[in-house]
Design a binder for this molecule. Structure first.
Ligand code: 6A9
Length: 789
């Protein structure tokens, strides 16, 4: 009985939240408490949409399609790389009151702008303005349908108000957090002062079983029976939303699916470019609004906020005073704006598992206010990405950083574990293949939130306003019990075989399927580690993360008057350069290195598949690649040269007079090793695994390409060593100049050429590659330009 009891209580631990008071009050994001941040573009996964920071928000959004085009249906809604847009993203966004986005489709450009106005008790009003312009290359102005929608999410109601038979003039509605509200659709015009344009109207009013179904519902309702007949022109059939009948099986399933269907309303406007139109959200409790936020009032508000944004940007980053060109500054503003405009508010439950669970369990429901790496491919929270995001955002708006970090820590369980990838809610889950959904509680991810906290602490004494310091100290005080547990979790679950060594858990287990089993938990996925994962490993990057974190723990503890000696002691041990050398310096490689059960003599070989005589060959798998190991592994240094070997330098653990710096700087500068005209490559050209794929389906990722987060750490460390007395000071300063220039130039050039900021950059051509737009840590280029470290 006792064993069974123990087992069941242990199995609950993974889904038991940490007992200390939350960092954020339960109602911290409510309209009453935080009205100016209530509404926002918190749906980074759609091209344009807004919601409130509440669990079951009414959401608003926009889809669009080109009419009369030769290509097939091109309905745009969620950000998809497959849409092949020429570019999209926020050009300006202050994270608070307004945003300006440009979306370049094949032969027209949509500018989507919003402005908020606080008033009443429910988060106030906002107005959208959509401006459509054809490209000069277009033979004739395209006809476009914009489809604006509002959708409820299990609570709240929406009512339609028609005008002229089929034009949806407005929606009125009610929800728990918004009270009464009204959404008004103004008619399209050519410009602010001009008359209404000819347009065709359609609308759809239906029920949706979930937000992830909105695109499908619209698609299934489309009908070609409508006629577009402008006064001067031929009549043509166009595609419009019509009626929607749920697929038959769904109604039978209903009993099994407890989800409540919710109101969903779409307003479609079909009109030829150029045009502009406005949508107005008015909050019922906002009685004393001076005027409607439309037309010239809207224009003035936009202009005012743009001017404020520009002034604040220059005040903080000073790029004009540094002599950057207007186009470079525009790029930097877009990079920052996309990180701000990529903030999402997610709500739901992770799927998690521990060794005590036979099957995955649902984590308690929770909220996450976070930036996302990429609006198209992974529009959700990633733990170690967020630390980098907040390095940039904290310069712009430290309150935003405190709230994001607070949300992450409030997701921590009793053990001190925070799930690495946050896939919250059905909408987020619908984008992720099943095998990636479950998060395991043995698994860490670099504790980069310490970098963000370090920044907040450094802002404290002189740099920040009194109001900011007043907010940061109480924040740290509330955070501290959780921070302590978080640190302890790393320091107890991720320790290595030797005292003061560390080891990432969660490496790939099925060793023979991979050239080198991956270490997703380290964040550097396929970066080469010991060929045969074992408990004997020790990882130098994790050692350095712990050295850094213990130091910041000591500093915060001291600041709060909490016991800090143990953190300080540990920090002293972990930063002891002799210990680091002893654990991680490989004389053979002349570089820092992981240690473990390793052989270099492994390669992928085709395994021939036996096909029984007389059997059709196509029914058997083609020869697949499996690993062949020609020499048995043994305990030794892994001797891979790349980002991992740089960590003692990257996180500034090395003393300025450490002779190791000489080796590191030499390897960094060497074009046959790490140096490229586009930044430092992730793995040396001389490494046997350089640009090798891991399986036939898994191309190289952290085995050569240039990544901006690590390059940011490198530039920052060079800045540090370049400004600190020591034998390598000058070398560091030289490298700093060149590396900084290379990164800035390439990320900027790629943006100018392709319209996107990218996940990584080719080390041979500099070309952006992988997911895009990737305005997560690649946006740290702004800090590199500003030289804010
Ligand atoms: C797979 C795709 C529709 C990989 O930026 C997020 C992470 C980093 O934390 C990590 O260091 N990226 C880096 O190595 C992207 C991870 C994407 C996983 C999603 C499912 C769904 O496609």
């Amino acid at each position: 009985f006792y064993a069974v009891y123990m087992r069941s209580s242990l199995s609950k631990r993974v889904v038991t939240l940490h007992p200390s008071p939350r960092v954020l009050d339960a109602n911290s994001t409510a309209a009453k408490v935080s009205p100016e941040r209530f509404w926002g573009s918190y749906r980074p996964q759609v091209y344009f949409g807004m919601k409130t920071r509440s669990p079951r928000s009414i959401v608003t959004g926009m889809m669009w399609m080109r009419q009369f085009s030769n290509s097939d249906m091109n309905l745009r809604h969620t950000c998809e790389q497959g849409d092949h847009l020429q570019g999209y993203g926020w050009l300006m966004h202050d994270g608070l009151t307004f945003g300006v986005q440009e979306i370049r489709d094949n032969d027209f450009t949509l500018t989507t702008e919003f402005v908020k106005r606080v008033g009443g008790d429910h988060g106030g009003d906002w107005t959208w303005r959509i401006t459509a312009k054809q490209h000069s290359s277009a033979p004739q102005p395209p006809v476009i349908s914009l489809m604006f929608y509002a959708a409820a999410d299990t609570q709240g109601s929406l009512h339609t108000h028609m005008e002229e038979r089929n034009r949806l003039a407005s929606i009125t509605g009610f929800s728990e957090e918004l009270g009464n509200f009204k959404i008004t659709f103004r008619k399209p015009v050519t410009g602010e002062q001009s008359n209404t344009k000819y347009a065709s109207y359609n609308y759809l009013q239906t029920l949706s079983p979930g937000l992830e179904k909105l695109t499908d519902i619209v698609k299934l309702s489309l009908n070609r029976r409508f006629v577009y007949s402008p006064p001067s022109g031929e009549k043509r059939h166009y595609i419009g939303v019509d009626t929607y009948k749920p697929p038959h099986h769904q109604s039978q399933q209903k009993a099994a699916d407890p989800r409540k269907e919710s109101d969903f309303v779409v307003h479609q406007v079909t009109v030829q470019t150029p045009f502009q139109m406005e949508i107005l959200f008015e909050s019922g409790s906002f009685y004393n609004r001076p005027n409607q936020l439309v037309g010239s009032v809207m224009t003035q508000e936009l202009e005012r906020r743009k001017a404020e944004f520009n002034a604040k940007f220059e005040r903080i980053f000073g790029l004009e005073s540094k002599g950057f060109s207007q186009t470079q500054i525009k790029f930097a503003k877009a990079a920052l704006s996309n990180m701000l405009g990529g903030m999402g508010y997610f709500y739901g439950e992770s799927v998690v598992q521990s060794v005590y669970n036979e099957y995955p369990l649902l984590y308690p429901e929770g909220a996450l206010f976070t930036a996302v790496p990429s609006r198209s491919f992974f529009p959700r929270g990633f733990l170690w990405d967020e630390g980098f995001h907040q390095l940039l955002l904290s310069k712009w708006d430290p309150q935003l950083t405190r709230e994001a970090v607070g949300h992450w820590f409030d997701l921590m369980n009793i053990e001190g574990w925070i799930p690495r990838e946050q896939i919250l809610g059905d909408e987020a889950r619908s984008k992720v293949p099943a095998e990636f959904i479950v998060q395991r509680n043995e698994n860490a991810n670099p504790p980069t939130l310490f970098l963000a906290l370090q920044e907040l602490v450094e802002q404290l004494p002189s740099k920040s306003s009194e109001a900011e310091s007043k907010a940061t100290l109480p924040f740290l005080r509330r955070l501290f019990p959780r921070l302590r547990t978080w640190f302890e979790w790393y320091n107890s679950t991720q320790t290595g075989p030797k005292p003061n060594s560390y080891r990432w858990r969660g490496r790939d287990k099925d060793t023979n399927l991979f050239l080198n089993p991956k270490t997703l938990t380290s964040g550097l996925d396929d970066y080469p580690r010991a060929s045969h994962p074992s408990a004997d490993e020790r990882h130098v990057d994790l050692h350095c993360w712990m050295a850094l974190s213990s130091g910041i723990m000591a500093r915060i503890a001291q600041l709060l008057g909490e016991p800090h000696q143990d953190y300080k002691l540990l920090h002293d041990v972990l930063t002891d350069n002799d210990l680091l050398n002893e654990l991680h310096w490989s004389e053979q490689l002349r570089a820092f290195s992981d240690y473990g059960n390793h052989t270099q003599n492994a390669s992928l070989q085709r395994e021939k598949v036996y096909v029984p005589p007389g059997q059709p060959r196509h029914q058997f798998p083609v020869a697949r690649l499996v690993r062949s190991v020609r020499r048995a592994p043994k305990l030794q240094y892994v001797n891979a040269l790349g980002y991992v070997s740089l960590f003692p330098f990257l996180l500034q653990i090395l003393q300025p007079d450490s002779p190791k710096l000489e080796h590191i700087f030499r390897d960094m500068r060497d074009p046959s090793k790490l140096w490229t005209p586009f930044g430092l490559r992730s793995l040396s050209k001389t490494d046997p695994l350089y640009m090798e794929r891991n399986t036939e389906h898994d191309p190289p990722y952290w085995r050569g390409p240039v990544w901006i987060n690590i390059n940011y750490l490198a530039v920052r460390a060079l800045y540090h060593y370049g400004n600190t007395e020591g034998p390598y000071q000058e070398k560091a300063a030289d490298l700093y100049k060149d590396l900084r220039t290379n990164i800035m130039n390439n990320v900027y050039t790629q943006y100018a050429e392709t319209g996107y900021i990218w996940e990584q950059y080719s080390d041979s051509t500099g070309r952006g590659q992988g997911s895009h737009p990737f305005t997560g840590w690649s946006s740290l280029t702004v800090l590199i330009m500003a030289e804010h470290y």
